[in-house]
Design a protein around this ligand. Structure first.
Ligand code: SF4
Ligand code: SF4
Length: 185
């Protein structure tokens, strides 16, 4: 099991909240976020419970959960929240902390994220064909989503041409610099 970067789970909870700009005591556990979350049926921890874990200083439980990788960042929860608790930002920061210690409870999502970022680094934007192909190859699900290929071809979402953005070197430098800053934290 990877080691937590912070010895104290409560300190990590405070950092996640501070980095997200959230005051944890703003959440009074009404549950409106969980009720509106389109991913809640697949989550091991509900959105409301995610905030509760942080309030209790149990960040280690949150960063080991599947929920932080299954959140679709749709912002439905924060739209419904009577106190504007920015749950997606909390989840994003929890995911970031998990990533820093190479912890990913849903490895497929981590793999997809790595391929996506590599894609953006190389071409300045995501190339759907490469993204899809590389993910299927590396995950071993060679035929995953193949049924949607004709639709994507018809609508020009994918095509035979690989087009990089003009400023791709700029994008690459920006991402490399961000990675370097991360390592220095
Ligand atoms: S909707 Fe807001 S106040 Fe209610 S439980 Fe969720 S985060 Fe807390
Ligand atoms: S942002 Fe994440 S937690 Fe919030 S409603 Fe969407 S999927 Fe659920």
């Amino acid at each position: 099991m990877a080691q937590l970067q912070f010895d104290n789970s409560a300190v990590l909870a405070e950092k996640i909240a501070a980095d997200a700009g959230v005051t944890l005591s703003d959440c009074y556990q009404c549950g409106k976020c969980s009720a509106g979350c389109p991913m809640s049926a697949s989550m091991d921890i509900q959105p409301r419970q995610a905030v509760r874990l942080l309030q209790l200083g149990m960040a280690d439980e949150l960063i080991r959960s599947r929920m932080i990788w299954l959140c679709a960042s749709c912002h439905m929860c924060v739209d419904r929240c009577p106190n504007d608790v920015d749950l997606p930002a909390l989840i994003e920061n929890a995911r970031y902390q998990a990533q820093r210690i190479k912890l990913c409870a849903v490895p497929e999502v981590g793999k997809f994220n790595d391929i996506f970022m590599e894609n953006v680094k190389n071409f300045g934007k995501s190339q759907e064909v490469i993204l899809e192909g590389a993910y299927n190859l590396l995950s071993g699900n060679l035929l995953q989503d193949m049924g949607s290929v004709p639709h994507m071809l018809r609508h020009g979402i994918i095509g035979p041409e690989i087009r990089a953005v003009r400023e791709r070197e700029h994008v690459r430098r920006m991402l490399t610099e961000a990675e370097r800053e991360d390592e220095g934290c």
